[in-house]
Design a protein around this ligand. Structure first.
Ligand code: CA
Length: 375
């Protein structure tokens, strides 16, 4: 099954009549790999619109892919990683490889006429509980946070909720009392017992993280995500070991080795992201690593279509699913293009069961949303 063509393009999320508005960060970065008369779709990490990863695919990876057998999937990916390793194994190159990996799995599934989860060994479940991941709470006051959470609860009926802070990078410990007040107000809204998670987005020093973590324990939150800078795995591990609440991290890890470093430091819930961490293959490797260490494997996921579907195929195969799948803000964008993209259904997301990713694409809408990169 020789690869004949590799396309890279953005699918913009805005008004289809104005494709020029496809700004950085407002689009899905897509790779389409053609082989045997079939097309496999993959998605790269969306950081800065994913443009850099698409450029690396087009310039440095596509020439090596053309003519290769798509079923030599793992060899192709390892060869490309080591060819480009001097560009850095974390970031642009790994995000690009994640996209190609997802596209090759989509292609293989279509070739064998099976959903990806079947090729991975079968599904423990195809209805997967999800949590609503609600961002930008840094910019809201307590009332604004409560109203936003209330609206998502009503609209989506999630199995759990995570409140994220986002906010300015580099600024830490800005409003600890205010953050705790928001966490309290959300607990009051949903009542005791409803699963809540708190995502600090790397905003605390170790001391502040311990203080916020203690408050979250009192409030019955179930996990505390990325309390300190992700690039300090020892600090993350220290917070994890000093608190009773489960501390999680890993969405900014791009390699199995960096996930291993988090586990070695003391983190006991790991959150690799399929569009950064090696695609389907990378997440399966992470799942094995977590299983070997008795650590929870709970992937991070913010993308509306290809990334979400790929992530669900992996989760379907994971025996010990301890937490719901992430469904981030804006999940419905491009629903006119990926017409059966998983959406909330009684607290769950249903894994598509068609061949490959199982995504049905409206080609006319895709053409309207497609933006090709220049140069
Ligand atoms: Ca996060």
């Amino acid at each position: 099954m020789k690869i004949t063509k590799v396309e890279t393009f953005l699918v913009h999320w805005g008004d289809v009549s104005r494709p020029a508005e496809a700004a950085f960060g407002a689009a899905t970065a897509v790779v389409a790999v053609h082989a045997g008369g079939l097309v496999g779709l993959g998605e790269a990490s969306p950081m800065q619109g994913g443009v850099a990863s698409l450029q690396v695919i087009a310039r440095d990876m596509a020439p090596a892919l053309i003519g290769a057998d798509a079923l030599d999937h793992a060899v192709i990916l390892d060869r490309l990683l080591h060819k480009l390793i001097k560009l850095g194994p974390d970031g642009i190159v790994t995000g690009a490889l994640a996209a190609i990996d997802i596209a090759l799995w989509d292609l293989k599934g279509k070739a064998f006429r099976q959903p990806i989860y079947k090729l991975l060994g079968g599904a423990w479940r195809t209805r997967i509980p999800f949590y609503a991941s609600i961002g930008r709470n840094d910019t809201r006051d307590v009332d604004g946070v409560v109203k936003t959470v209330e609206a998502r609860l009503k609209a989506e009926q999630p199995s759990a909720i995570k409140i994220r802070w986002d906010g300015a990078r580099g600024e830490i410990d800005r409003d600890i009392a205010g953050d705790i007040a928001k966490a309290k107000a959300v607990r009051r809204l949903v009542g005791d017992g409803y699963p809540l998670a708190f995502d600090a987005n790397n905003r605390y020093s170790i001391g502040a993280a311990i203080r916020v973590g203690r408050a979250l324990e009192e409030l019955g939150y179930v996990w505390f995500e990325e309390p300190v800078e992700y690039y300090h795995p020892k600090a993350m591990g220290e917070v994890a070991q000093r608190l009773d609440i489960t501390v999680s991290a890993g969405e900014q890890s791009y390699t199995l080795q960096s996930v291993a470093a988090l586990i070695e430091s003391g983190v006991r819930m790991v959150q690799p992201d399929i569009v950064k961490m090696g695609g389907v293959t990378g997440l399966m490797q992470c799942a094995a690593l977590c299983h070997a260490h008795g650590v929870e494997f709970v992937p991070h996921q913010t993308q509306p279509s290809i990334g979400n579907a790929a992530n669900l195929h992996v989760l379907a195969t994971h025996m010990r699913a301890t937490r719901p799948a992430e469904l981030a803000d804006g999940w419905s964008r491009c629903a006119d293009t990926f017409v059966n993209a998983p959406k909330p259904d009684g607290g769950c997301l249903v894994v598509p069961d068609g061949p490959g990713l199982g995504l049905v694409v409206d080609e006319a809408m895709l053409a309207r949303r497609r933006v090709d990169l220049k140069g």
